[in-house]
Design a protein around this ligand. Structure first.
Ligand SMILES: Nc1ncnc2c1ncn2[C@@H]1O[C@H](COP(=O)(O)OP(=O)(O)OP(=O)(O)O)[C@@H](O)[C@H]1O
Length: 851
């Protein structure tokens, strides 16, 4: 169809700045045949071509270039059903076919062109070489039609573009709304968490206060008992004993008197008075009776029996004696009778007397030591002594004294027991009180008294600090005795192990997602580093290395239920500059600036600090040692290895619950503060003086914060120092905090000790509001999705269909709003299909475009 001399022109169409179409040649000499249509079958689909000889593939390419064309539609509609795509395609082709028919009809109407007509039966068939020549007017009409079509298409695309913009804005809003929903949901969860905590807390507080009330009642009754016991003990100790002693004295006095009289008598008569047999018998009888009383339970019955028997034989003897006396008086007295009479009479008299003595002794035994005569009257000591003899009385008094002494011992033992009970009750009360305070969120404070050191020993080594019990410490000051109460008091003998035992609970809290802080406070050389780090030789490791081991032990024990990740940073605050101890060597110029920031929940974190992962306690300890080697330490008069900086170690624990997918993020801050010091005592000069000034300044700022918090002032000056900024969440923040106040026991450091104890007491009054950093699985996943979408990473696919950004949000938002609709399970994502983030919104909006 090309002929020489044909002028080659080009026809190109521009749509929205995009060049579409191809170069087409038009022969100016045959303008009336300007358009030639070739109907060729592509084998797949029927195409309509413009311009001169243009082959089907070219036409297809051209059509593909026009936005909104068939292939584009197919591409735009990844979710469209195949039938829908076919429908679109058919509609589009129908239009073009109609147009072709129109053109063909126009051509048929031209005279002399009969041979070029296209029969209707040829449509859709392989037309091969068949050509259709279009008259110039028809071509013009065609072009006008095409231009009109293009205009319509352009306006449609502009409308589409506007729709795209609208949808984009719509989804942006939707995304913002979802973020807000997420925040609201999170807040709700936190609120619920807090409510739950407060409910449980109030319930437990109620329980504890009930227990405390009970203890108070118990204590009051114990006190009453104690007082009564004391009174009883006094009366038992003094009155009976004194009475017995007085009685003994009286008896002794009368005994001496009697002895004196006997001696006088003996001296006067010159012959000894014969002892009656009953006087010899009596002690034996009494001893026997006592033995019976002590050994046999029925002694009293036997005694009664003996008394009765003795009474009977006594009466018999008396009757016999009476009878003998009367018969002797009536009879005439012969010399022989006189010789025999008095002998029988005297024997009888002796028997009667013996019986009477025995009777008296038995009654004496029965009546518990108070001798009575046959009429029941109390026998006077002198008479008793006459009857019983001096030794017997002494024995009896001695025995009474022994009984009293036994009773006294018993009372004393009871007294001791009551005092012990009282002390243990008091200790228990303090313990419960501390627990209640702890539950209220009060900062826990331990006090540790270190042993006397060489410097102090050289100064005389006078000890003025004493641990009274597990919870109290006393200081003897020139102004008097002062007592301080803490959550626990450790003395010089307390081991590092004991010290750590009470902190173990806090390590568990950090793993559970709480923000925990343990810090040591005290003057220079008081044992802060020893408590927190341990000794140089690692023979007595301190809280830090023990915490590493404990942490990984807990993680290991729970490895079937939780997946934990541990990472740490270590900083020192030296001359008011934060330095990263995990980077470089000591003295290096810091490369990165470390800044203290707080997250939305108020948890402090070190921005710019090197954070390293650790998968075992050994790895964590290696990091710790590396950092400690970089720390500023030097020798002063008060401490040969004095820390010249505050050491801050942050250990982050992210733990994922394998059962419900919730994630908790806890932080354990371990802080070894530098000690306050007096230049006069430490002998600091030059740079050490500068260090000391900086340390004292930061500690003074810490003191101001403590004072403000304990006095509940509206403004707390956290921003006055970097140290207070670092500790902001631990003092009055959302952390569970333990302060260890280290003190010296000696008089030499008494003023500093008092200051430390006063500050520690103030810290005890500060209330923190510890909250667990826990996120449900849905929130954790939503956060993860947001992070991934923000950074253009892969998102997860749920059921085999491509999850673009909007779909993912739709699904998670639906879950966030109505989790029950997902039967408790958040959207699961079994497969991962990478979707380029840039493609997500336009493709999705194309789906949403109304046809
Ligand atoms: N409870 C203790 N038992 C045995 N030795 C102790 C104890 N406490 C401290 N020491 C010893 O006292 C010395 C000073 O202790 P440490 O260095 O821990 O004080 P510090 O408070 O950290 O001082 P600084 O603030 O100057 O750094 C060390 O030699 C340490 O071993």
């Amino acid at each position: 169809m090309h002929s020489p001399g044909h002028e080659r022109g080009s026809l190109s169409l521009t749509f929205l700045g995009k060049k579409v179409g191809r170069h087409h040649t038009v022969a100016p000499t045959e303008k009336q045949r300007a358009w030639e249509t070739s109907n060729r079958s592509t084998g797949v689909e029927e195409s309509t071509v413009s311009s001169r000889v243009v082959h089907a593939p070219v036409v297809v390419a051209m059509l593909e270039d026009i936005p909104g064309s068939i292939p584009d539609l197919r591409e735009e509609s990844p979710r469209l059903q195949a039938s829908q795509v076919v429908q679109h395609k058919a509609l589009w082709l129908k239009g073009w076919t109609a147009f072709r028919r129109l053109v063909a009809a126009g051509h048929r109407n031209q005279p002399g062109q009969e041979g070029s007509e296209v029969s209707p039966g040829m449509e859709g068939e392989d037309a091969g070489d068949m050509r259709v020549y279009i008259p110039y007017e028809s071509a013009q009409l065609c072009i006008a039609q095409v231009a009109k079509d293009m205009e319509a298409m352009k306006s449609r695309h502009l409308a589409m573009e506007r729709t795209v913009q609208r949808i984009r804005a719509h989804y942006q809003n939707k995304m913002n709304a979802l973020k807000r929903i997420l925040d609201l949901y999170q807040e709700k969860v936190e609120k619920k968490d807090t409510e739950w905590h407060s409910k449980v807390l109030s319930k437990m507080l109620e329980l504890f206060s009930n227990r405390l009330d009970l203890l108070h009642i118990h204590q009051a009754s114990t006190l009453r008992e104690l007082q009564m016991a004391r009174q009883e003990a006094c009366s038992a100790q003094e009155l009976p004993l004194e009475g017995a002693k007085a009685r003994l004295e009286e008896l002794k006095e009368s005994l001496y008197q009697r002895e004196r009289e006997i001696t006088e008598l003996l001296g006067a008569e010159g012959s000894p008075i014969p002892q009656p047999p009953c006087a010899i018998l009596l002690p034996v009888v009494i001893q026997k009776a006592h033995a019976i009383c002590a050994a046999v339970t029925e002694a009293r019955t036997q005694l009664e029996q003996m008394i009765e028997e003795n009474q009977a034989s006594l009466l018999q003897a008396r009757d016999k004696l009476e009878h003998l006396k009367t018969t002797t008086e009536d009879q005439s007295h012969t010399e022989e009778e006189e010789d025999a009479g008095p002998t029988e009479l005297s024997v009888l008299e002796d028997t009667v007397r013996e019986g009477e003595v025995i009777q008296m002794a038995l009654r004496y035994i029965r009546n518990g030591g108070i001798p009575v005569d046959s009429e029941g009257d109390v026998v006077q000591a002198l008479e008793l002594e006459d009857i019983l003899g001096k030794e017997t009385i002494q024995t009896l008094e001695g025995q009474q004294l022994l009984v009293l002494q036994d009773q006294l011992k018993q009372v004393r033992a009871e007294n001791m027991k009551i005092i012990e009970n009282y002390t243990s009750e008091r200790t228990l009360r303090k313990k419960f009180y501390n627990m209640v305070e702890d539950m209220k969120g009060k900062i826990r404070v331990f006090c540790r008294i270190r042993p006397v050191n060489r410097t102090e020993a050289a100064q005389g080594g006078v000890i003025v600090v004493e641990r009274l019990d597990d919870y109290s410490v006393a200081v003897e000051t020139p102004r008097g005795h002062r007592e301080f109460q803490f959550d626990k008091v450790f003395n010089a003998e307390s081991s590092q192990e004991e010290m750590f035992q009470d902190t173990h609970r806090l390590i568990q809290s950090a793993i559970d997602g709480f923000n925990v802080c343990i810090f040591a406070y005290g003057q220079t050389g008081s044992g802060k580093t020893f408590t927190m780090v341990g000794d140089k030789e690692h023979r007595n490791p301190g809280i830090m290395p023990r915490a590493f081991t404990a942490m990984f032990d807990i993680i290991q024990d729970n490895s079937t239920r939780f997946d934990c990740k541990v990472s740490a940073y270590m900083l020192e605050l030296y001359n008011d500059q934060l330095q990263d101890l995990l980077v470089g060597q000591a003295g290096d110029v810091p490369t990165r600036r470390v800044e203290i920031k707080r997250n939305r929940k108020g948890v402090v974190f070190a921005q710019g600090a090197e954070t390293k992962q650790a998968s075992s306690s050994q790895e964590l300890f290696a990091l710790f040692q590396q950092a400690c080697a970089n720390r500023h330490i030097s020798s002063t008069k008060m401490n040969s290895e004095s820390s010249r900086s505050h050491l801050i170690m942050g250990i982050m624990v992210e733990s994922r619950n394998l059962t419900n997918g919730s994630v908790s993020c806890g932080k354990l801050s371990l802080v070894d503060l530098a000690g306050s010091e007096r230049a006069a005592k430490t002998g600091a000069k030059d740079h050490q003086l500068k260090e000391a000034n900086s340390i004292n300044k930061s500690l003074s700022a810490l003191g101001d914060v403590i004072s403000a918090l304990s006095s509940e002032l509206p403004h707390v000056p956290y921003r006055n120092s970097k140290l207070t900024q670092v500790m902001q969440d631990s003092l009055g923040g959302n952390a569970k905090t333990l302060m260890i106040v280290n003190i010296s026991p000696s008089e030499f450091n008494m003023e500093e000790t008092l200051t430390s104890l006063i500050y520690a007491t103030r810290v005890k009054a500060i209330t923190n509001h510890a909250q667990r950093n826990l996120e449900s699985k849905a929130i954790a996943q939503l956060k993860e999705v947001i992070m991934k979408l923000k950074s253009g990473q892969a998102v997860e696919k749920r059921t085999g269909s491509v999850m673009n950004k909007a779909a993912v949000f739709d699904e998670y938002a639906a879950y966030a709003i109505a989790p029950f609709a997902f039967a408790g399970r958040p959207p699961s994502c079994p497969q991962r299909i990478p979707v380029p983030a840039a493609d997500i919104i336009p493709r999705h909006t194309a789906l949403m475009t109304p046809n």
